[in-house]
Structure formats: C-alpha cells, structure tokens
Design a protein. Structure first.
Length: 431
C-alpha cells in the first residue's frame, strides 16, 4: 500500500525536476531551435520493442572482441563499396574524399576530393568503372555558392565527376495519406515524370539532403532517399538529425532519376526519416518493391511497385532496438542493417509524452543523453525475421552507419568524428 502511494509522488518529483532543468536550459542556452522542429511535434505515439530481437541478442560484446581496425590513416566513413575480385574498396569519408583501400593490406590512398560530403555509393550494374553517389552538405561545407546536394557519377579510371541531378519537383505537403497507408506512394506507372530540362524555380527546388541510393538492374533508374528537406540539411549524425528523430517529422521523400529519358519523379513522401534503401525483384529486370527504413520510427517498410500488392506500403519489421541506417544483402540474401545509435528508453518515453520534447529541443547537443552504443542486425531475406543482433558499448567507436557484407567478412563504416581506421569482422559463427 505504501509503495502505491509513494511511487506516484516519486514520478511527479522526477517530472518537476525535468521541467526545472528544461527551464534552466532555456534561460541559459544561446541556441534556439528552428520553428519547424517545434511545429512538427504531434500527438503521443508508442514505439514498441521487438521481443524477438532482444531474444537473440549476443551475449557480451562480440563486435569489440572480433573487429580488426587497420588502415590507421583512413578517416571516418559514410559508405564502403567493395570490389573484392579486384582486391579493392572505395570509401566515402567524412573528410570529403573518396578513398581507395587495398583489401590485402588495408592501406588507403586518396582517390578524389568531392565538392560536398560523399554518402551512399553504388556501382553501375553493367560498368564497374562507374560509381553513383550521393553528395550532401557537411559541417565543413558551409559555402552556399559551392556545389549543391544531389546524385553524382564518378568514372574511376579518369577520376571524372559528373552531376546527374540536384533538383526535385515541389510537392503538396498538405495532402495526407489515405486510409491504411503509411505515407503517400506512387507505384510503377502512377508517378509523374518531369524532364530535367523542364525543372525551374517555380516548379522545383534543390535537393537538401541526398542520403542513400539504389540503382535498377538495367542501370536506368536511380532511387534515392531524402530523409528531410529542411534548409541547409547536413549529412550524417548531427544535432539536426537528432532533432528530426526526436520530433518525428514526416519529411521523408523517395525520388527517382530515370537515366533513360532524363526525368525525375516523386515516388513517395509523408514518411518519417527515410534513409537506407534496397530494391527487390520478383521476375525480370524491373524492381517489384522497395525496402526502406524509417529511421526515427525504428522500423523497415516495403513499397510495392508492381504485383498483387501494387500501390501498397507495409511495415516489414518494427520495434528495432536502435535507429536503422545503411542496409545491404550478403551472398545468401540476408539483410544486414547498421544501428548507429541505440534507442534509449528516454526517447521512447518522450514519444509518449510529446509536451516534454519542446524542452529537450533547447538542450545543448553536448548535454543531450544520447547513447554511445552502436550495433549490427541481420534479418531474413524478406526482412521480417531477426537472425543476429549485437551491440558494441562504444569504447572502440560509435556510430556504425553501414554494414557491408563481403564474401568472407563484414565491413563496418564508422561515422564518428575523429575516428580513423578500416573496420572488419568475421561473420558470426551462429549464422
């Protein structure tokens, strides 16, 4: 009986203390959050935890025990692109360079300096001398007169960089998803194609943040995610991205650049923080569905482009223990997902009590309670079944942003400021 009386009093005291702390920070912090972050705080939402993932979590810290960190001059990375048959990898690093890494001795050498920070990268499926990549702003790229974010093409042999596209159509954000839909989605044949030559200041805007991309089997269609379109959006783990996660803004866009007819199309919008992307096929060379993660909601979703479910979007797996980022398939078709940051109980609580989010927005980044734990997750080929999960305590590095499965080992891209090294680990024995 005493416990039942005391517990509500303690909870009330905690809330009062939190409120006082928030007021203190508001009064003494010199930073004021942008209005759009405040405005996109909505109703309470309950984000679950997937019991099956916690059930298979590895004991201890196998990442710490098994990783090899070499290539000590290689800066932290956003993406790793493998050419194991040629004994090399290409790495998009946060210093603004594409590096070439020798896979035999893991020694890196700089290949090309890009005008903005390089992000997601893929090879042209029919020409391995060509790489497509996302370029976006970083903390070191504040010159507004420099290059603009978008999709770029690199020819490795000549080190020539060419812009594919950097503008997208203006969309009506007042529209709401229809019943039984997560967001607004246009399947094959329902999208509106606009020629690049017809894009103008009146009907289009610059891409704010090109984050990750995938290319069709025939090399004709590039799909890329724009997690949010706030002005001067920044690539990677930043205060801006943390505030977008906190406020659950529905600003995620999926775009398509068609290289065959030089058009751009809106494929999906009104989703939360679209990030990692994989194309899926049932028959033929045209992609039948798209697997995406909604990072801030800790889940994977699928958009059906063709087939019996054409036009449907659905949750594939939810309740992930962290915020999913880069995704890739291994030779057996399993999906590897990077978990840059563990999802804390606090942010889950805040989603259920959105009033307090407004106060948290004023907390300086250095004081925000963000976990240093980072991990990797393996899922079944259809994405619905967890197969492997492990977390690292953050003592070696934080922010594993991409897991790239090779033939015999995993390659981990680490996005931590100041980190240097090329990180690999063997496949887990229990897979």
């Amino acid at each position: 009986m005493i416990k039942k009386v005391i517990q509500p009093i303690i909870q009330k005291q905690i809330l009062v203390s939190f409120y006082i702390l928030g007021l203190f920070l508001i009064l003494f912090s010199c930073r004021t959050p942008e209005e759009y972050f405040k405005n996109q705080i909505k109703e309470p939402i309950n984000l679950p935890y997937h019991s099956g993932i916690n059930a298979i979590k590895s004991e201890g810290d196998p990442i710490k025990q098994n990783v090899t960190i070499s290539g000590s001059s290689l800066p932290a990375q956003d993406e790793i692109l493998l050419q194991e048959d040629l004994g090399r990898a290409f790495v998009a690093s946060i210093d603004g360079w594409i590096w070439k890494v020798n896979l035999h001795n893991h020694e890196p050498e700089p290949l090309i300096k890009t005008p903005l920070l390089p992000g997601g990268m893929v090879f042209h499926p029919k020409n391995k001398d060509i790489v497509y990549m996302c370029l976006s702003r970083g903390k070191e790229h504040t010159d507004k007169n420099s290059a603009v974010p978008g999709i770029y093409e690199l020819t490795i042999s000549t080190k020539q960089l060419r812009k594919i596209g950097s503008r997208v159509p203006i969309v009506d954000k007042t529209k709401e998803p229809s019943a039984n839909h997560i967001g607004i989605f246009f399947p094959k044949g329902k999208e509106t194609k606009i020629p690049f030559s017809k894009l103008s200041e009146s009907n289009s805007r610059n891409v704010e943040k090109a984050d990750d991309l995938a290319i069709s089997r025939d090399g004709q269609r590039i799909y890329f995610t724009e997690p949010y379109d706030h002005p001067d959006a920044i690539l990677g783990v930043s205060l801006q991205s943390k505030q977008e996660v906190l406020t659950l803004g529905r600003n995620g866009h999926l775009w398509k650049y068609d290289l065959n007819d030089n058009t751009v199309s809106l494929i999906a919008y009104q989703y939360t923080y679209l990030d990692g992307i994989l194309l899926e096929y049932s028959n033929g060379d045209f992609e039948s569905s798209i697997l995406l993660n909604e990072l801030s909601k800790s889940r994977l979703i699928r958009l059906h482009l063709t087939g019996d479910k054409q036009g449907k979007d659905e949750i594939v797996i939810e309740g992930l223990p962290g915020f999913p980022d880069g995704m890739d398939r291994d030779p057996k078709g399993r999906i590897w997902v990077a978990i840059p940051v563990e999802r804390s109980k606090l942010i889950t609580w805040l989603h259920n009590h959105p009033f307090w989010k407004r106060l948290v927005l004023y907390i300086p980044e250095k004081l925000q309670p963000v976990s240093k734990k980072t991990g990797i997750l393996a899922l079944s080929p259809n994405g619905s079944e967890p197969l492997y999960f492990s977390m690292h305590d953050g003592s070696l590095f934080s922010y594993i942003i991409v897991v790239v499965p090779g033939k015999e080992k995993l390659y981990l891209a680490v996005y931590q400021d100041g980190f240097k090294g090329f990180v690999t680990m063997p496949y887990p024995n229990n897979l």
